[in-house]
Design a protein around this ligand. Sequence first.
Ligand SMILES: [Zn+2]
Ligand SMILES: [Zn+2]
Length: 354
Amino acid sequence: MFDGLRYPLPTDESKILVCPACEGKNRLPLCRALEQPDKARCGRCQAPLLAPRDAPLLIEATSYRHPLDQKATEALEAIPGISSLLRKLVEVTSERYDRLFNQSSYVRVSDRQFPHILRQFEKVASRLGLRELPELYVYGSGEANAYTSGVEKHYVALSSVLCDAFSPDELSAVMAHELSHILSEHVLYKTAARLFTFAAAELAKATLGIGQVLLIPLQLALLKWDRCSELTADRGMLLGTSDPTLCLRVLAKLACGSRRLSEQLSLPDFMQQALAARQAPEENVLDKIYSLMQTASRTHPFPLWRAAELWQWSCRGDYLSLLHPSRVRNSTPSPSGAATDDGSEVRDAETGSS
Ligand SMILES: [Zn+2]
Ligand SMILES: [Zn+2]
């Protein structure tokens, strides 16, 4: 299935979803489900087959973790005492420095300061089921970027160019990506990866390169993990928005970098390039690319790879099972979206098309 993955999807690919109300099986064309999830309805009783775009979801972060993230995390956690060592290191260094730095140079988003951004942030956090809203900051930067940090007290920071050049929907998608890092408990290792990049350079200077040799294996493991964690957070971005096209456009804009050229970006061409790049190399080649990029300073590398990975995940349809109405918080218990092959009748779902 989906050997020659295309963008957009051909109309004959479909997924069978079980109706939460009448338990009837529905055949839902994937392209319709990806484009307009709100319109997917049961062919027998017209109940919605997917959670509405703004409904608060109840999804375990482990249920959408990317396998490369899983693998890299296991490799990292195989290092004895790694978690407590990094926690201590972060606590005595960047945790204190970060708070001081944010308070003196970033603008804190609040009810009085950019309240529209705060409302958006609250909405996305509620959608993804975050229990506690992290602090949100805007910082001056010419690069469209965002990051999440703060091990004891999480915060999200958005660059000024990101706020200027991205539409409100695109900004929400970026917020969903960042909040997914928190839900997936990525923040300690991400902070440590950033800290190590800085510390290794400082240590190399102080010890004429000897200290760097000692730090490199741990740094490489952390940086590899860091890049893999992006793939999970991209899945969170998709769940947070239910809009693959929006998420892919965000990745295309991040790849392009130019505000002016972004307006002329062709998403189909971008996706063709991304999917062609994905065809050849498999995981071991990806590993090599990651290794080559270890020292690169970009925190969100390979937007094209990420776009291809995200598109593939969308098209497999697993993501639609995570958007089944039974996953909406406070919904009444009902059968899950996964259909079993019990020979019962399968109807065509209604999709609001003429
Ligand atoms: Zn039904
Ligand atoms: Zn990220």
